[in-house]
Design a protein around this ligand. Structure first.
Ligand code: O7E
Length: 213
């Protein structure tokens, strides 16, 4: 994934037709497509390969298992054309390391989650999760656009690692605030795929990211 627009599309639609329609409209304004369980369960794992022919794909399976199972999941994702994967860090350094090894470093580790419940269990340990991402050799972390001050705090812990940031739009966060706080990319789903004009919505977000820099 090369940074051009600073926007990652969260493609949480549940049909192939919707996926194709949205991707066709936004592909000039996003740098990667994040695929999560809703689309995979609805259309099957070959969707990873299909999307990877259009854009870099980040497989967001929020992998959270023992090292061997993590490795097997990551291998399946990468062999279908994923460019990166997302894992949880609460499983410990050996489990995260297994993902990093299997993905050759192309791993983002979830820290503090963006929704209100993210404050309950993930926020208190987010600094440790960010430090773990760094020590395990991950590419970056996932940090909340709904709390830009936390992006800034986590940035201090990870140094030059990348920050990808969900929570813009439907969850109330603002793209420019997240970027100014230190995010490299925003992750956006509903504000793009539910918009009457997904292409226009994605372009407006890419413009806001540029202005926020
Ligand atoms: O709110 P939306 O529609 O813009 O979608 C946000 C996407 O980001 C959705 O796929 C959700 O699963 C994901 N996400 C969060 O919303 N909050 C988090 O804390 C973490 C993620 C996430 O994607 O984690 C991996 C990047």
């Amino acid at each position: 994934m090369q940074k051009k627009n600073g926007v990652i599309l969260a493609l949480d639609v549940t049909s192939r037709a919707d996926a194709m329609r949205v991707v066709e409209a936004v592909k000039g304004y996003v740098d990667a497509i994040k695929i999560n369980w809703p689309l995979i369960l609805a259309t099957g794992p070959d969707m990873i390969r299909e999307m990877s022919l259009v854009k870099d794909v980040i497989c967001d399976f929020k992998i959270a298992d023992i090292p061997n199972t993590n490795k097997l999941i990551v291998e399946q994702a990468m062999s279908r054309g994923a460019s990166a994967v997302i894992c949880h860090g609460f499983t410990g350094d050996d489990s995260v390391k297994a993902c990093v090894d299997a993905a050759k470093g192309q791993v983002f580790v979830v820290t503090e989650m963006s929704h209100p419940g993210g404050k309950q269990f993930t926020a208190p340990v987010a600094d440790k999760l960010a430090a773990l991402a760094k020590s395990a050799g991950a590419r970056g972390i996932v940090a909340p656009a709904t709390r830009p001050e936390r992006i800034a705090a986590l940035r201090k812990i990870i140094g030059g690692l990348e920050i990808i940031s969900p929570g813009v739009g439907a969850q109330g966060g603002k793209a420019s605030d997240a970027i100014r706080a230190g995010a490299d990319y925003i992750i956006v789903g509903r504000a793009i795929y539910d918009a009457p004009d997904p292409g226009g919505a994605a372009k407006a977000l890419a413009d806001e990211v540029k202005e926020g820099v």
